[in-house]
Design a protein around this ligand. Sequence first.
Ligand code: MTE
Ligand code: MO
Length: 577
Amino acid sequence: MGNTWRVSSTTPRFAALAGVAAAAAAIGTAELVAALTGPRSSPLVAVGGLVVDTAPEPVKRFGIEVFGSYDKIALLVGTALLLGGFAALLGMLAVRRLTVGLAGIVVFGGIGAAAALTRAGADAADVLPSLVGAAVGGLALWAFVAGPLELDPWPWSPPTPAGPPPATGPAVAAPDPDSVATSEGTGGTASRSTASAESPPVPGSPVPGRPPVPGGPGRRVDPDSRRRFLTGVGTVLGVAAVGGVAGRWLAGRQGVSAAREAITLPAPVSAAPPVPAGADLAQPGLASYVTSNRSFYRIDTALVVPQVDPATWQLRIHGRVRNPVTLSYADLLARPMVERYVTLACVSNEVGGDLIGNACWLGVPIRELLDEVGPLDGADQVVGRSVDGWTCGTPTAVLRDGRDALLAVGMNGEPLPVQHGFPVRMVVPGLYGYVSACKWITELELTSFADFDAYWVPRGWSAQGPVKTQSRIDTPRPRNRPAAGPVTVAGVAWAQHRGIDRVEVRVDEGPWQEAQLAPTISVDTWVQWSWQWPATPGEHTLQVRATDSTGETQTGETRGVAPDGATGWHSVTLTVS
Ligand SMILES: Nc1nc2c(c(=O)[nH]1)N[C@H]1C(S)=C(S)[C@@H](COP(=O)(O)O)O[C@H]1N2
Ligand SMILES: [Mo]
């Protein structure tokens, strides 16, 4: 076929618009189809997830530092802007050569489909949204740059030809201003004359009899066709937005919040000890002793919160065991449950940071399940695997040493919130979340540390992640600008599964002074502390350090969060008036 190099009369600006509209049509369609095939097949979510999983660690850290907890929204917005830029470029290429624009759409559709296939639990249906989206996007692009919505040039009336009347026979002689560069070479017809090989591509006009506009190709366009084009773009953008929002809404309706609300959790055979009086000093600015589900920190790699239906949920305990088992949610709820307060902390918590919380968890002791499956010799690692493919590796010995490591179904008296791992997650006292606290768990696989690296290990984090002894000053903070006189300094300290023995505070690098410890429930929870400071006017620096029950005092050596948790003393500099 000929005419591969065509120059549309569509101007670059309109072409960019056409590209963006076509991309919107593709993405809107894909989101709608994804609502039918499952959330992980949405190309945006799948590509975003792939970016999260493959981004180099420093980039990821940069994202978290710069965008804070909005890093996921930032990623989606950034992706949308990037896609918009590419789409505009594709539109501009497409008016010069439609096949290049279409090829670009095919490439993007392919990337979306391939990304969807890499996601955990993907099947062939997960490529559908990308493929259908690409087809619709391609159709839209064609319509805008070469189809019914293509812009026409300015309807310029040619002056009446003054030359001799045409000779008999087909009109082939006169150079036709409508000529299109064709690869057919010779043998033009009445409607389409040949162009000399040397001549550059000239505007091809769909309106016969109109010469190109002086001043270069595609400068001015027919106002009627412009109206038609812009209406088309507006319509496509509108329909795409409605389709995309409808798709997201439908996907959201497939969520599990209704299933979660219908659950009644069993009573524990071993209830949590009551919170001792005075455990919460109720000091303004001080973190409360029990963290509510709403204010509990959230850390995970999931771009969309996994929706796991408890009716079909299963936990497979397998690998290097004598008797592998598969449990349903009902099986799990039928087992004796215990309830325990455990303080969970993130390895990415900076000194003084707030990626830590204390909740009351209800669940099944993992120790009992492991006793039943019977780990084989050498199975020194238990890998928790989430429905989205994320993994953590916990020492088998830690899970069997008698501590309250739980397969948790409840958090602070409710079924687990969806963000915190509904229907089932792990909680292990004394270990950072990244090596122990698998949310949306579907597998426990017994293996060895030598044989398997969990998610964060190849990304530069330690395979072993015991929580480091830490302490934090919650009040006063610099914005409090306390008045001179007695000031209550208060905060929290933690050394899960070892327990805190002592907390000390010092002012301006003076002598360490012992703070008062509030009562706490167990060695697995944090403890609040307070100290009366006879504050004097001027700028001062407060510092805190804790000593755990093994007698080890928190080191003052400052180290960052990677590879196994930050160290150093939290210090607060403020002005006393
Ligand atoms: N499926 C899954 N589970 C996960 C993670 C994750 O990325 N995916 N992150 C872990 C990390 S790093 C921490 S600190 C805890 C945080 O649990 P929370 O979000 O309930 O506070 O979850 C852990 N469990
Ligand atoms: Mo974490």
